[in-house]
Ligand binder design. Structure first.
Ligand SMILES: [Ca+2]
Ligand SMILES: [Ca+2]
Length: 302
């Protein structure tokens, strides 16, 4: 019997006992007592777990480092010896925090399977346009942290870009719109890894040939942020899903920046625009138009 099955039985046993009395101190003498014996042994296992044996050494311990104590694992029906009980890529504790079901692999924090950073509130990024209380603008520059960017992705989830922090990977922030031909060409290049798609652009550099593979391999996170639709109207969630219909890369989150924050913060003057961040959300490059600096540095890093 798996631990999860035991947990289910224990919960059932607990609810059974609310309605009937059972004496677990008596020896079981007949086959009719076998179910009682099973329930008793499970109940003993439960009290033993809380007291410090069995799968957990203490109810408060988090032995599998999934940010859920043994006690809470039992409550959630998760495995106290396995950090990701349902094997969906999200830790048990993170799923409980975010309200997805840690025992159901179809229930995810992000439908796209994007990374999750449990301590993102500790990242001290600047306000978007003014430092709180000072009226002092924090301008984008190399060494400045990205403000806390959120956007609606191709699956309709509101995504926090800070969830991509501290996974040991740089982040390429690609600012685009649905009407921008070179932006779409870059998306197709990422998908098909065919340099001829970009080689006629005057800014093309053949040193960048390996970038689609870096993104596909997960060496770098690539996030596409869209701020306008095909008609130049402010982005709305459907803009991201339409983009994904055209360029269905399962590992690239497409975020509709429905409040047009990124474009305004960068004081963007032309697209595509690329900026590279480190895992701490600090800008390694700053451009208000063009992708050259970010692509060059990315290639240098690998
Ligand atoms: Ca667990
Ligand atoms: Ca999980």
């Amino acid at each position: 019997m798996t631990y999860r099955q035991q947990s289910v039985l224990l919960r059932r046993a607990g609810s059974t006992l609310e309605h009937s009395e059972m004496d677990c101190t008596l020896p079981n003498s007949s086959p009719a007592d076998s179910r009682q014996a099973q329930v008793c042994s499970l109940l003993i296992a439960l009290s033993c777990c809380a007291a410090g044996c069995g799968p957990c050494t203490s109810g408060a311990a988090d032995e599998d480092n999934d940010r859920l104590s043994c006690e809470l694992e039992i409550e959630a029906g998760t495995d106290p010896t396995l950090a990701d009980s349902d094997g969906d890529g999200y830790l048990d504790g993170d799923e409980v925090t975010e309200g997805s079901d840690p025992t159901d692999p179809q229930s995810l924090i992000y439908q796209g399977g994007w990374p999750y950073y449990w301590d993102k509130d500790s990242i001290e990024g600047p306000a978007w346009f003014y430092d709180a209380g000072t009226d002092t603008k924090v301008r984008p520059a190399v060494g400045v942290k990205l403000p806390r960017l959120t956007g609606v992705d191709q699956f309709g989830d509101e995504v926090e870009v800070y969830d991509f922090a501290y996974h040991g990977k740089p982040i390429l922030l690609d600012l685009s719109t649905s009407w921008c031909s070179p932006c779409k060409a870059i998306a197709r290049w990422l998908e098909e890894s065919d340099d001829s798609i970009l080689s006629d652009y005057p800014w093309w550099n053949s040193d960048w040939s390996g970038i689609p593979e870096l993104v596909a391999n997960g060496d770098v996170y690539w996030l596409t942020v869209l701020y306008e639709d095909a008609n130049g109207q402010d982005a709305y969630p459907r803009v991201a899903s339409r983009w994904y219909d055209d360029y269905p890369l399962p590992y690239v989150p497409v975020l509709a920046d429905t409040e047009d924050r990124m474009n305004r913060w960068l004081r963007n003057t032309g697209i595509p625009t690329g900026n590279l961040l480190d895992e701490e959300m600090t800008m390694l490059t700053f451009s208000d138009r063009g992708i050259e600096a970010s692509f060059n540095l990315l290639v240098e890093m690998f």
